[in-house]
Write a protein that binds this ligand. Structure first.
Ligand code: OSB
Ligand code: MG
Length: 373
């Protein structure tokens, strides 16, 4: 039995090593909401909210998540016994429409706490099987093809197993073909449009089809499953859905419509690890490859992603770059490091498997609030 005594919210502010540009917006200083839970026995659990500062990737933001966690999530987590971590998801899903990133932050903290209570690794508790997870890199939009080529070569030389290029209608074919030319045929390349296109751009998208891409991620709006299906009918390249897949039902819709053939799975986007694991299981049944996406997380969110990516169906490299790609100093110890294009899954430690650098988190904190206690 799990009984949460208090939920603490913190917002920290952490400077990215370099600004990250995608078609829908940019991030330079990352404002991150962290959730810390403590149970009646003093066991803690940590979660991270992936919402950004502005609603450019999804409608949620740092500020809407703070409100949702404080006013709607916390009262359903604190002081009400849970017999297993999955129950937290069921309870939040029944009571709160949307706000999946807010719900996920608390739900994932419950999973960490449950694992620590049992002294097992989060990966083990979730049913993970891998000791190492393969790592890709997501390169943001660049001012010109030459700059993008330089970064792609550095990424290949660093050992990343797949290189993803952000694209937009004014930065696509010439940029992607320059990278393909520089790297040759053997490097797995994919592109991510973050919903910047419409069916009117079909000729541009068909031109990308000839560049031997592993996938074309989220060309259209998240709601546009039918239009994605129309596009998939005329492309050889598999469409990968990210923003569109907010639940198991959306995955089922994708399969039914053939709106996409690969899924970028982010626990933060779907309400947490319980729903992410269900999507993983369904995808496996439909033989849809899944990979773990990223949202410029600190070491806390990355730990949850790594644990999820250790599940059997994650056969493609994830957006799981090491800490040093994002931060001068991460908020966890040890930081996440890459070896031979992989991150190690900390399966011998209990919970998320990394320690929080409490003093550093205190230094970075811009607001804090505790519910319960
Ligand atoms: O679409 O996958 C995305 C970052 C912020 C918002 C959306 C996305 C991304 C990334 C970064 O691609 C992946 C990473 O964390 O390295
Ligand atoms: Mg994406």
């Amino acid at each position: 039995m799990i009984e949460i005594a208090e939920l603490s919210l913190r917002e920290i502010s952490l400077q990215l090593r370099e600004p990250f540009h995608i078609s829908s917006g940019s991030t330079d200083v990352r404002r991150v909401v962290l959730v810390r839970l403590e149970d009646r026995d003093g066991v803690e659990g940590w979660g991270e909210c992936v919402a950004g500062e502005t609603p450019h990737y999804s409608s949620e933001t740092v500020d809407t998540a703070w409100l949702a966690i404080r006013d709607w999530v916390a009262p359903r987590v604190v002081g009400i016994p849970l017999s297993r971590p999955e129950e937290c998801h069921e309870r939040l899903d029944a009571a709160i429409r949307g706000h999946r990133m807010a719900r996920a932050a608390a739900e994932m903290a419950v999973w960490d706490l449950a694992a620590r209570r049992e002294s097992v690794a989060l990966s083990v508790l979730l049913g993970g099987v891998r000791d190492r997870v393969a790592t890709g890199i997501s390169l943001g939009l660049q001012p010109d093809p030459a700059t993008l080529v330089r970064k792609a070569i550095l990424a290949r030389d660093a050992g990343y197993r797949r290189i993803k290029l952000k694209i937009a209608p004014d930065r696509d074919i010439s940029f992607v073909s320059a990278v393909r030319e520089a790297l040759g045929e053997s490097v797995p390349l994919s592109v991510d449009a973050n919903a910047a296109y419409s069916l009117a751009d079909i000729d541009r998208l068909k031109a990308l089809d000839g560049l031997d891409l592993t996938m074309l991620e989220q060309p259209f709006d998240g709601d546009d499953l039918v239009r994605h299906a129309a596009l998939q009918r005329v492309l050889r390249t598999p469409i990968c859905l990210d923003e569109s897949i907010t639940s198991t039902a959306r995955l089922e819709d994708m399969v039914t419509l053939d709106a996409g053939r690969i899924v970028n799975l982010k626990p933060g986007r779907v309400g947490g690890l319980t729903e992410a694991r269900t999507i993983h299981d369904h995808a496996g049944r439909h033989r849809i490859p899944v990979w773990c996406g990223g949202m410029l997380e600190t070491g806390v969110g990355r730990a949850h992603n790594v644990a999820l990516a250790s599940l059997p169906q994650f056969e493609l490299p994830g957006d799981l770059s090491p800490s040093a790609r994002y931060w001068v100093r991460d908020i966890v110890t040890p930081p996440w490091t890459m070896e031979d294009g992989t991150l190690r899954v900390p399966r011998e430690h209990s919970g998320i498997g990394v320690d929080i650098d409490h003093d550093y988190v205190d230094d970075l904190t811009t607001r804090a609030e505790t519910i319960g206690g």
